[in-house]
Design a binder for this molecule. Structure first.
Ligand code: THG
Length: 367
């Protein structure tokens, strides 16, 4: 295996020491920052995530902070999701679109106050788009990247572990809501959310200096729960239909093509930059869309580039993510499929590096 060269540009995180102590085996780069991808093996990490509890260094989910009287206005200009009824204390999964309706990012928006938001971004340099918009529209708002690094606690035992460190009140946090909790005299935002379907929390760690003290407190409290360092798991996130920006979609895709139409209320999203473009495409409906797809045969290799989807030898789409699922005993995948071939049960062929395989469009994701 070739190595990744490290330098200041490839940012470490406040938890990198902890991750290394757990013997991280592999990283990817996400928002110019290290993101662990493997600890024991992708399959072992997968089984452990579904049985116990893991601590994830997801510092690479960088925050864009909006602060000032026009913060809420700017937030609405970024997304076709209607934010008018969103309360302080809520998190929303929000497509962010450009003037053509193309997806620029798919972050979680955290409403801290009417005049203060965090946008917890996926892997694209969204900061410059947001700064450009704020400046171009002469909005009264400050836009920057604060020293905030999310730490996720995921798995069936996540609530017990979190209650041990932060007290029983964390048990009352509802899905996609947050509260503030004390750790060593500091107030931290804790939300019930995370990039898995196993349940859990995300701690928005404000101040790099408390990164390792918090990591160590969680590791110590979790000893009886078989706690281990973990990371977003490729198999589990495909089973759960959690999309990966840059892999499954780019700015060439609308939210509707990504199956994110349910997070768009474009008519109501007054001021959204992509509103006119999206109203046009929403009227017709998308002509291609992301679908769960199973691939027959033994374990596929890693999907490093699109794998063509064929019907009668003609290209009708592409696979963008795939992995062998031990629990469902099949290869699970996410792919963009043309309307003519997207019905559940449709049989297709997929050109993988290991040869031509049979694939089936699924009615829903696996979990
Ligand atoms: N948490 C936080 N920031 C993030 C991610 C996260 N930034 C990067 C990346 N992940 C952004 N992408 C996603 C994708 C899916 C979800 C969240 C962020 C997600 N989806 C749920 C689902 O599809 O089941 C719930 C959506 C809902 O119902 O609102 O959680 O994970 N902080």
């Amino acid at each position: 295996m070739t190595q990744l060269s490290h330098s200041r540009r490839l940012r470490r995180t406040p938890f990198s020491k902890g991750v290394e102590d757990f013997g991280v085996k592999s990283y990817t780069v996400y928002n110019h920052m290290l993101l662990p991808t493997v600890f024991r093996s992708v399959e072992e990490d997968y089984h452990h995530l579904k049985q116990a509890v893991q601590i994830w260094d997801v510092s690479c989910e960088r925050q864009i902070e909006l602060r000032g009287p026009d913060a809420s206005r700017l937030m609405q200009h970024l997304t076709p999701r209607d934010l008018r009824s969103m309360q302080v204390g809520q998190c929303y999964y929000v497509p962010i679109v450009d003037e053509t309706g193309g997806m620029l990012n798919d972050p979680v928006a955290v409403k801290l106050a009417d005049d203060r938001w965090w946008i917890s971004i996926a892997d694209s340099d969204l900061l410059y788009w947001v700064k450009g918009l704020a400046y171009g529209e002469r909005l009264d708002v400050l836009v920057d990247e604060p020293d905030v690094s999310p730490l996720a606690v995921q798995g069936p035992l996540a609530e017990d572990l979190m209650a041990d460190v932060f007290g029983d009140a964390v048990r009352n946090i509802r899905f996609f809501r947050f509260g503030t909790f004390d750790f060593q005299g500091r107030n931290l935002v804790i939300a019930r959310s995370g990039y898995s379907k196993q349940g859990g929390f995300e701690i928005y760690v404000e101040g790099s200096d408390i990164g390792m003290p918090l990591w160590n407190a969680l590791v110590e409290a979790g000893k009886s729960m078989d706690v281990h360092a973990g990371c977003p798991n490729l198999i589990e996130r495909i089973e759960g239909g959690l999309l990966s920006y840059g892999n499954d979609m780019t700015d060439d895709n609308t939210p509707h093509e990504c199956g994110l139409g349910k997070f768009c209320n474009t008519q109501a999203a007054i001021g959204c930059v992509g509103r006119d473009a999206l109203l046009r495409v929403a009227k017709e409906g998308p002509v291609q869309q992301l679908r769960p797809i199973s691939i027959e045969g033994d374990a596929v290799s890693v999907c490093k580039e699109f794998w063509p989807l064929l019907s009668d030898g003609k290209r009708v789409g592409r696979i963008s993510s795939a992995a062998w699922s031990p629990d469902f005993n099949t290869n699970v995948a996410i792919g963009m499929v043309r309307m003519t071939n997207w019905d559940a049960g449709t049989k297709l062929h997929v050109e993988t590096p290991d040869g031509l395989r049979t694939a089936t469009v699924q009615p829903k994701f696996w979990i």
